[in-house]
Ligand binder design. Sequence first.
Ligand code: ZN
Length: 224
Amino acid sequence: METREKAVVVFSGGQDSTTCLFWALKQFKEVVALCFRYGQKHILEVDMAHAIARRAGVEFFEMEVPLIGTLGRNSLTDESVEMDSRKPAESYPNTFVPGRNLFFLSIAAVFARERGIFDLVTGVSQTDFSGYPDCRDSFIRSLNVTLNLAMDEQFVIHTPLMWRDKAQTWALADELGVFDIVRTQTLTCYNGIPGDGCGACPACVLRKRGLDQYLRQKRGDGLE
Ligand code: ZN
């Protein structure tokens, strides 16, 4: 059987992909972090991603794909679009970058294949998916089949967070011994503020709710 010793992690320097990077380090002998500049307003996240990769001792690649941010109008890449503070009833919040995970994973697959790597890791979660369709398990499974057919290879897309909510993602970071790194060195905030962030944007609210829930559970467990 083919040995699978290496993986490429789609890595943004946020809470989820950082947890996945350290998860991958436990599963694979060699891990490569692939980070995209897709036109995001808060480019600080790429510098933070680089610093985390250095700290983790993994190879770090940055790829310029600004087209992705301009194809579909959204508030993460377009300065003129004001961010939705919550999900509209009938559609996605405008923080949704259409096609982002489709492009990222497709590019990651070609990038990985060139290096003889067929394991891809992504931090998407259906449980806390903010209404983004390309975070759902059905999309990932479908894309995995498509990538295999497109390149006649046997890729495996790993999604360690798919069925975890944010509290469970914090628990995983803690299990992996990187709780403090994830808490202080990552950038999830839509307003570009590292660590605990601005506290008010939807990404911060989701992150903090999960963190508070996890810390409460941990304290509760300690008393038992
Ligand atoms: Zn924020």
